[in-house]
Design a binder for this molecule. Structure first.
Ligand SMILES: Cc1cc2nc3c(=O)[nH]c(=O)nc-3n(C[C@H](O)[C@H](O)[C@H](O)COP(=O)(O)OP(=O)(O)OC[C@H]3O[C@@H](n4cnc5c(N)ncnc54)[C@H](O)[C@@H]3O)c2cc1C
Length: 500
């Protein structure tokens, strides 16, 4: 098949890839061809999060702050109100609503469509439904090869690959993972498909995905028992409207160790509580500083955070809408959803189901849970070496990319350039989104991604027009010198990110 003429290829049309395409169309001088490539048709301009069709799957960020553009956070709310969109129950979407995620997918689709319609002549968006399986540098360009056999060439390639399904928790005997009773990808439409209403289901992991699935099942009239196995018995906390709390950590006074940081935040929580503030406001006040805080923590302290604090941070930071929290509480209170604190030790499958042997926390022995289906909700796989993703494998094998030191994603320069196996930032491959978790920690939700998408479009166009301002990692610091999670303080893009 002949190669298509092209300039910029974007792999992945979730929020990140879609918004990079939108910013490119808004800013570029013609001629420019943008190839936006998505492997799953239903995820086109929606990605994993917003391709659900269940109205009960709602956003976990208030509508007022879900606009696709950093300089216009209210854009989504206005769109929903102008379109006169109502909740399934007939209620209007307000600033404080946690709107259905499917509606947010409609919004992203509309933003892409409207931008394409008004793009200048000579600016083309090519929609491709295909899976990119490899990249091959070829002179100034990169050949992008797809599963179908199609290939195209681009001067720049953006990897907007998003979140990957969870990895299988380690077990001595992992044969059960090949069973049709085991569902490794909780976001697949198959996870709840053809489930008899009286059957017993076990969720491994207790985060937002488990909440999504348990509530969706309950709403669909599932009558059978549901179990959740959670290592620490922690569940996402509930959002609550709270008076904002002022920023209390300035870059010049950032604690140098995790212990100091935790103490500082605890002190602030006490002080805030005494003044009548809600704890949520204190956690939210940390958000603008989170990326910077993360980057100044030495690698050893970041590791400590992942071991000891992450699970507490996650449940307090990534909260659920009140309505969803109340439904979850009802499920627990009625016994329809049974919590089990511990870790899976073994699976013993027979013709009718599987016994899950759970080692209880704190050496309290074992318990056995009986289930007919097991769904892995243990959180996105971040270790790129373990991914079964042909493109990622190809990039790592060729040395075009390398994992970050914490194995939370890939090593990425401050402007979004992929860092190769020898520590050099690429001048042709770029990325954004959850892949930067090791470098930025806070890089998964719309409020961060919209800033990254806009900044990356500027970088891509600056390079294309031969203007290297803002298109390189900060001068004077080699990326190979990445001893601590890739700090690139001082560069243009990293400063933009800190404004989130
Ligand atoms: C269930 C869920 C709910 C969430 N809810 C919220 C929320 O309410 N608010 C919020 O701010 N954030 C939420 N998030 C966080 C979410 O990560 C971001 O909001 C955002 O959707 C991430 O977009 P993305 O484009 O980076 O990744 P994704 O949405 O994962 O999109 C990546 C896309 O790339 C495609 N792709 C991957 N590899 C290839 C390939 N080789 N070839 C072609 N295509 C490929 C995938 O098919 C996918 O569609 C949620 C996340 C999840 C998983």
């Amino acid at each position: 098949m002949p190669s298509l003429p092209s300039d910029i290829a974007i792999v992945g049309a979730g929020f990140s890839g879609t918004l990079v395409a939108v910013h490119l169309m808004r800013r570029a001088e013609p001629p420019l061809s943008i190839h936006l490539i998505e492997r799953h048709p239903r995820q086109w301009a929606r990605g994993v999060a917003y391709s659900t069709s269940a109205p009960v799957h709602v956003l976990n960020v208030r509508a007022a702050n879900m606009g696709a553009f950093a300089d216009d956070p209210g854009h989504f709310l206005r769109w929903a109100q102008q379109a006169n969109v109502l909740w399934p129950g007939g209620r209007e979407i307000t600033a404080d609503s946690f709107a259905p995620r499917t509606l947010y997918g409609d919004y992203l689709t509309a933003v892409l469509k409207e931008t394409t319609a008004v793009a200048g002549s000579g600016i083309h968006l090519n929609r491709l439904i295909d899976e990119v399986i490899s990249l091959r540098p070829d002179g100034e360009r990169t050949e992008v090869r797809c599963k179908s056999g199609r290939s195209l060439c681009a001067q720049r390639v953006v990897l907007a690959l998003g979140n990957f399904p969870p990895g299988d928790p380690l077990l001595q005997d992992s044969t059960f993972y090949a069973s049709p009773r085991y569902f490794a990808n909780p976001w697949s439409i198959d996870a709840l498909k053809d489930l008899p209403p009286d059957s017993s289901v076990a969720f491994i992991g207790s985060g937002l995905t488990m909440v999504d699935l348990a509530i969706a099942l309950a709403e669909e009239g599932h009558r059978g028992p549901m179990h959740v196995v959670s290592r620490r018995g922690l569940y996402p906390r509930i959002h609550q409207a709270a008076a904002p709390y002022p920023a209390f950590l300035e870059p010049e006074s950032f604690p140098a160790t995790l212990r100091q940081l935790v103490r500082r935040v605890r002190r602030e929580l006490h002080a805030a509580g005494a003044q009548g503030y809600d704890w949520r406001a204190v956690i939210d006040a940390l958000r603008p500083a989170t990326q910077t805080l993360w980057r100044v923590l030495p690698l050893v302290e970041q590791r400590r955070f992942l071991r000891h604090v992450r699970c507490y941070w996650d449940v307090h930071r990534h909260r659920i809408a009140r309505e969803i929290g109340e439904k979850l509480d009802e499920l627990f209170a009625s016994g329809r959803l049974a919590p089990h604190t511990g870790s899976v030790h073994a699976y013993r499958e027979d013709d009718h189901g599987v016994d899950i042997l759970v080692r209880k926390r704190c050496g309290e022995g074992f318990e056995v849970i009986r289930a007919e289906r097991v769904i892995n909700c243990s959180g996105p796989q971040c270790n790129y070496r373990k991914l079964k993703h042909p493109l990622v494998t190809n990039l790592l094998e060729q040395g075009l990319a390398r994992p970050d030191p914490l194995a939370l994603g890939l090593d990425v320069a401050a402007d979004g350039a992929l860092v190769d196996g020898s520590g050099q930032p690429s001048s042709r491959l770029y990325t954004l989104g959850p892949v930067q978790k090791g470098m930025l920690w806070e890089t998964i939700a719309v409020p961060e991604l919209r800033v990254q998408a806009s900044a990356l479009a500027k970088v891509l166009l600056a390079e294309r027009e031969g203007d290297d301002a803002g298109a390189h990692v900060d001068a004077g610091r080699s990326v190979g010198d990445n001893t601590h999670g890739g700090t690139h303080a001082g560069s243009k893009v990293s400063n933009d990110r800190q404004k989130v």
